[in-house]
Write a protein that binds this ligand. Structure first.
Ligand code: F6P
Length: 320
């Protein structure tokens, strides 16, 4: 059996340990592993290479993806998918593992519908915004990168009488911002999922400032597009000099945490077990309540991810 692996969309820590697990397990099970470089673009451009066992070495501790990634516009076009299919066909590859987000899974689902190429998707995005799974690969590492950055920024924040707005990634989802705010002791958190009440936050902060507070930290999610407005609000309404730090792509870097290395291994094993036994795979792996399961792309596409109610409940205190 021949199976290819590719990484697509935003990279994240955990992808390299997953590639390592894939190569080694394939060799142990007498499956021929193929590495597909540059994501879906590489499928079209035939950047497909038979893996050697040694390709797995030195990957476990590295962030990013040695396979590189892309966001492919060409793959939406049937003519390019046809080329991609022919590239796979020439090598006899009928099954794929793809690490990516929901956009990548939708593209692969179309590829499956067109040509019957089996695939299993491993949810991999620091945004943690894929319906059906409580965990996406890379999230724990990103949260720890953010935690380190906030702890560091706090040193300078606390040395002045200032407010600091720290913006996390999360195109449409406030998960990173919310968990970071809760675990890093922020005074304010603004995310798209929660309504906020500035007059009420003003009352709370002014009371605390009167009682001796000297600084405040606000965490915002990229998707809430409010950082600049909040910065001005701190200066004019609260009367604290204010600065913004947008953490940006630093959040996608860093050595994978132990949890992400372990999750990478578990996701890959679960995918290989299924690809080895069944055909007609067009599923993603979901991780809920401590267990792994499969979900069809249709099911995940037809629903929207929501942050758990208990986390949102805790977050409400930071929005008012
Ligand atoms: O991978 C998800 C993500 O990091 C989002 O949080 C962010 O909005 C986006 O990707 C950035 O994408 P790019 O790397 O293409 O700028």
């Amino acid at each position: 059996m021949k199976i290819g692996i590719l990484t697509s969309g935003g990279d994240c820590a955990g992808m390299n340990p997953a590639i390592k697990m894939f190569i080694e397990t394939c060799f142990n099970r007498k499956i021929t592993p193929y590495l597909i470089y540059d994501g879906l673009e590489g499928l079209i451009d035939n950047k497909i290479k038979k893996a050697k066992r040694l390709d797995a070495s030195g990957l476990i501790y590295r962030g990013g993806t040695i396979l590189r990634s892309s966001r492919s516009a060409r793959f939406y076009d049937h003519a390019y998918r046809q080329i991609a299919f022919e590239n796979l066909q020439k090598k006899g590859i009928k099954k794929l593992i793809v690490l990516g987000g929901d956009g990548s899974f939708r593209a692969l689902n179309q590829f499956y519908t067109d040509f019957g190429i089996d695939f299993i998707g491993i949810p991999s995005t620091i945004d943690n915004d894929i319906y059906g799974t409580e965990y996406c690969l890379g999230v724990d590492t990103a949260l720890n990168v953010i935690r380190q950055a906030i702890d560091d920024i706090r040193d300078t924040v606390a040395s002045f009488r200032r407010a600091f707005i720290i913006e996390t990634m999360g195109r449409e989802c406030g998960y990173l911002a919310l968990v970071s705010a809760l675990t890093c002791g922020a005074e304010v958190c603004i995310i798209p999922e929660l309504e906020f009440d500035l007059p009420s936050i003003e009352k709370r902060l002014k009371k605390e400032l009167k009682e001796g507070r000297t600084y405040a930290i606000a965490i915002t999610a990229e998707g809430s597009t409010i950082s600049e407005k909040l910065n001005a609000w701190f200066e004019t309404t609260i009367g604290l000099e204010s600065r913004i730090t947008k953490l940006g792509h630093i959040q996608r870097g860093g050595n994978p945490t132990v949890f992400d290395r372990l999750m990478a291994a578990e996701f890959v094993l679960f995918a290989l077990n299924r690809l080895g036994e069944n055909s007609q795979n067009h599923h993603i792996i979901v991780y809920t309540k401590g267990a792994f399961a499969f979900m069809t792309i249709d099911e995940t596409n037809n629903h929207r991810y929501t942050i758990s109610p208990s986390l949102l409940k805790m977050g409400e205190e930071l929005c008012r």
